[in-house]
Write a protein that binds this ligand. Structure first.
Ligand code: ADP
Length: 390
């Protein structure tokens, strides 16, 4: 609880006592003399109304018989006003008269009555009950207020975070994009050096040149991957029916590493159409096929087979390879960005491909996963909605 709300909780409770006779008010004051109560006296119904305008009360103790506006009339006005309608009232009634009959017909919540002369213990206990009720509701109000303030503060922080993330994404996108131009110049000129001036260099010089070309190529791959990741994060992914089978054949035709002279890519036809964004799914499938033929033991011909399972409007696409496999303990972080389980010297890469796969699939409303054992090949799966009914 905050310091302010704690202070509010400690404050005495306001009680308005209304009676036209000062001696009766003095009696009430002496009975209810308690640091937990703050008594405000009013000697007429009109003065009571005035006090109710100025401040809030937890309870009213009201003499029924007063000259001018009676206690009953005053109570009616109080119950009609929105601000005061819920304030509980204890009426003080005269024993001999028909006051209780009047009150029995009185149709308003939070009302009680006591016969005069007031019995101090009974009055104290009735007031204590109403005071406790008031404290409890004050607690609830304060807790709700604190909760609301927290919710508002969290929303504001989330909004701020979202803006910062968006700014960072835009920033990294533009840096990556701008870095490609000088890199292209490096690649272009080192290509010219190799083509036209290699003869003028000794073996060491030519070796250095090859290192520059290799480093520039890796840098370019990294930038392209970052740009692709950024695109998957930022672009609007409209979903439509996509023929996965056609997509796989197109991708396999585009990448030399997937051509029949280097690898076997097989599809358990027919694959159902899925609801996806074609550009994003192209990224997903090419990364999974690319990894499937890349992470292979030396001398083994890469093989990736794609098959599907369909259940209740959902399609699971499996990409199974005969590669080096993935140890169980590393599988949990596999889809995190920049996770690489192998040295660059063994298998080139950036550690961004699977992060793109997960982000893209999640943004299309699906999920991803892997089953694998070291040395036993891997089975990656992507789950999306079927497009058959759309
Ligand atoms: P990259 O391929 O650029 O290294 P990825 O994000 O695509 O990055 O993959 C992350 C890591 O997961 C890889 O470095 C590799 O260690 C492991 N991995 C991914 N796919 C496979 C696979 N099919 N077989 C074995 N290991 C894989």
């Amino acid at each position: 609880m905050t310091e302010i709300s704690k202070n509010t909780m400690d404050q005495p409770i306001n009680i308005l006592i209304v009676d036209d006779r000062p001696e009766n008010l003095a009696v009430l004051e002496s009975i209810l003399d308690d640091p937990g109560y703050r008594l405000v006296r009013a000697e007429s119904a009109e003065k009571a109304l005035l006090a109710l305008v100025v401040e809030e009360f937890a309870l009213l103790i009201l003499d029924i018989r007063m000259p001018g506006m009676s206690g009953i009339e005053l109570a009616q006005v109080i119950k009609e006003r929105k601000k005061t309608a819920t304030v509980p009232i204890i009426f003080l009634t005269a024993h001999s008269t028909g006051d209780q009959c009047v009150l029995e017909g009185y149709d308003a919540g939070g009302v009680d009555y006591l016969q005069k002369p007031v019995h101090p213990a009974i009055l104290r206990s009735k007031v204590a009950i109403f005071a406790e009720l008031h404290r409890k509701s004050r607690e609830v109000v304060l807790a709700n207020r604190a909760l609301l303030a927290e919710v508002i503060e969290r929303r504001r922080a989330e909004e701020q975070l979202r803006e910062t993330v968006q700014e960072l994404e835009a920033f990294s996108y533009s840096i990556a994009h701008d870095m490609r131009a000088p890199l292209r110049a490096m690649q272009g000129f080192s290509g010219i050096l190799i083509a036209e001036h290699a003869a003028g260099l000794d073996d060491t010089g030519r070796g250095y040149l090859q290192l520059i070309v290799g480093a520039a190529r890796r840098m370019d791959t990294l930038i392209v991957d970052i740009l692709n990741y950024s695109r998957v994060l930022r672009s609007e992914l409209k979903l439509q029916p996509v023929n996965v089978e056609d997509l796989i054949y197109e991708i396999a035709a585009t990448y030399p590493d997937l051509h029949a002279d280097r690898a076997d890519i097989t599809v358990a036809s027919p694959l159902p159409r899925v609801l996806a964004n074609e550009a994003a799914l192209t990224q997903v499938v090419s990364n999974l096929l690319g990894n499937g033929v890349k992470f292979i033991a030396p001398g083994v011909r890469p093989r990736v087979s794609v098959r599907s399972e369909e259940d209740a409007g959902v399609v699971r696409l499996w990409f199974e390879d005969n590669g080096i496999g993935i140890p169980q303990h590393s599988q949990g972080r596999l889809f995190d960005i920049f996770t690489r389980l192998h040295l660059s010297e063994e298998y080139e890469g950036t550690g961004i491909g699977l992060a793109i796969v997960r982000k893209a699939v999640e943004r299309m409303g699906g999920s991803v996963g892997v089953e694998s054992e070291e040395g036993q090949g891997s089975r990656f799966w992507v789950q999306l909605q079927t497009a058959e009914n759309s």
